[in-house]
Design a protein around this ligand. Structure first.
Ligand SMILES: *Cc1c(COP(=O)(O)O)cnc(C)c1O
Length: 502
């Protein structure tokens, strides 16, 4: 399997090269030349496999320049750290078949070392990169640059800390992440890590990082320092591909729990920001996983809801800071891959759309592309009040605690079934532990967290709900703060060069 760019005709490259480069030289994203197909009996056989085995199996479909042994090793090393044996368990929230509401399998993607779904990919990526360096005979150091809206940063730091031949630098919006997310990042140990706050929002940080990637002068200076840039953002193919696996495992979990039979179609709902997680679900669908609809759930930053409703993507709009900060995004980078595939690989068209997005802040897809998207996607956005309401409702009904992002996608689902009366069983992507967003979760449960310190909120939520505090979060109160750098977005290039030279 070779990889090509979404924006122009480039010489196809191997997956190891695509993973090391992150972004294509023309500014596009790497995509597989074609999407591999999977038959139902192959899905059936996954019932007997561990999560690690399912992961290695899925990776083998796309990363054909890695051996099965290498992929098995990557999966073992990545998921070793997860705090439950199932790695990605599915909790069934509605089991009563006479209940006129479809069963919801809540796929818990947050049992990794930082309690958010990004661990699933970011515990894997460093190992894929380390092996890729060997494969292409690269002797330079790789510098991973990350712009984060919160969870990516810590998950990437945890994945790359002290991995040989790598350095990692994380930029986060100074006021755009939760206190716990910030603490998780600024307490990260490791000789090869740097964490810097940017004055601005997530898009400022992400645009800054993208500019550095596109800047030939900076690249040349880094080259002199023996350093090559790469990304761990969800635009990197090595970030995306490990995520496809859990849609297969989640499906199989629903079969094993007797919620569906093999071959039955399901609905998948995903709380969406940069469009990476839901894009992985799209790849699973295209590969042959029986999926009827993908629900793209957004918060008040509803640029994607509007896009799927109208065909116009317009990033010129007010930016809201919400209780789902990991979805506070106006430019969903991975959407480009979807448009590429659904336009039948028409890179000229994609290039035009992305050019318009850059110059005019918006673009409109043509009618035939729009109608193809309509067949697969349904989009909804959710208010802050409804987000809190669903945390409370799910807790009251099932004594099951969800975080704000998970509440957005469950609420979007209920809006969808309200509109359509569709009772197809559901797999919901649950993306963070409720303990990462204690303030908003406590408020939703009508327990005042006002004036309570962030770390004390962990204990309070534990007391109120009697659920378990993830180990890594419980350890935060004793951890030392190691990073306090802050910069303006224009200063990002010089900060990068300084850290690269260190
Ligand atoms: C990153 C993140 C999302 C959004 O995922 P995308 O792949 O960026 O769409 C949703 N919820 C949480 C908790 C996240 O960390």
């Amino acid at each position: 399997m070779k990889y090509i760019s979404t924006r122009s005709k480039i010489k196809p490259i191997t997956s190891a090269e695509a993973i090391l480069q992150g972004l294509a030289p023309d500014g596009g994203l790497f995509v597989p030349e074609k999407i591999p197909k999977v038959k139902l009996d192959e899905i059936d056989a996954l019932k007997e496999k561990s999560y690690e085995e399912i992961s290695a199996w899925l990776l083998g479909k796309y990363l054909t320049d890695y051996t099965a042994d290498e992929l098995g090793e990557c999966a073992e090393l990545a998921y070793n750290w997860f705090d439950v044996h199932a790695r990605v368990p599915v909790s069934i929230l509605i089991q009563d078949p006479s209940n006129p509401v479809a069963p919801v399998g809540n796929m818990e993607l947050w049992h990794g070392p930082t309690s958010a779904f990004k661990d699933v990919a970011l515990q894997m990526l460093p190992h894929l990169m380390r092996m890729a360096l060997q494969k292409v005979g690269e002797t330079k150091k790789i510098l991973i640059l990350v712009a984060t809206s919160g969870d990516t940063g810590k998950a990437a730091l945890a994945g790359f800390a002290d991995v040989p031949q790598t350095k990692i630098m994380v930029f986060y919006p100074e006021d755009g992440v939760s206190k716990i997310q910030r603490l998780q990042m600024v307490t990260q140990a490791g000789d090869n890590v740097n964490v810097t706050a940017v004055r601005g929002n997530f898009d400022d940080a992400q645009t800054g990082v993208k500019k550095i990637f596109g800047d030939k002068k900076i690249r040349a200076e880094l080259d002199k320092l023996g350093v090559k840039l790469s990304s761990a953002n969800s635009i990197n193919w090595g970030r995306l591909v490990p995520q496809i696996a859990y849609y297969f495992s989640g499906y199989v979990e629903l079969v094993k729990a007797n919620q569906i039979q093999l071959g039955d179609k399901i609905i998948i709902s995903v709380p969406t920001g940069n469009f990476g997680n839901i894009l992985a679900a799209y790849y699973a669908l295209k590969m042959g996983l029986p999926v009827k609809k993908l629900i793209c759930a957004s918060n008040m930053n509803n640029v994607l809801t509007e896009f799927f409703a109208t065909g116009t993507y317009n990033r010129k709009r007010e930016f809201y800071k919400t209780i789902t900060p990991s979805m506070d995004i106006l430019i969903s980078s991975n959407l480009e891959r979807l448009l590429y595939h659904e336009s039948g690989g028409d890179f000229r068209q994609i290039n035009r759309y992305m050019g318009e997005l850059n110059s005019r802040g918006k673009y409109t897809v043509d009618k035939s592309l729009k109608s193809r998207l309509d067949k697969i996607f349904h989009a909804e956005y959710v208010s802050e009040d409804d987000t809190r309401l669903f945390i409370k409702r799910i807790y009251d009904s099932f004594k099951y605690l969800i975080d704000t992002h998970t509440a957005v996608s469950i609420c979007a689902l209920s809006k969808y079934s309200g509109r359509t009366n569709d009772l197809t069983p559901v797999l919901n992507a649950s993306t963070a532990s409720p303990y990462k967003f204690t303030g908003a979760v406590l408020e939703a449960l009508e327990k005042s967290a006002e004036g309570v310190d962030d770390l004390d909120q962990l204990a309070l939520l534990n007391k109120v709900t009697n659920s378990k505090i993830p180990k890594n979060l419980a350890a935060l109160s004793a951890a030392q703060i190691l990073h306090s750098d802050v910069c303006d977005k224009d200063e990002m290039p010089e900060r990068v060069l300084k850290f690269a030279a260190k």
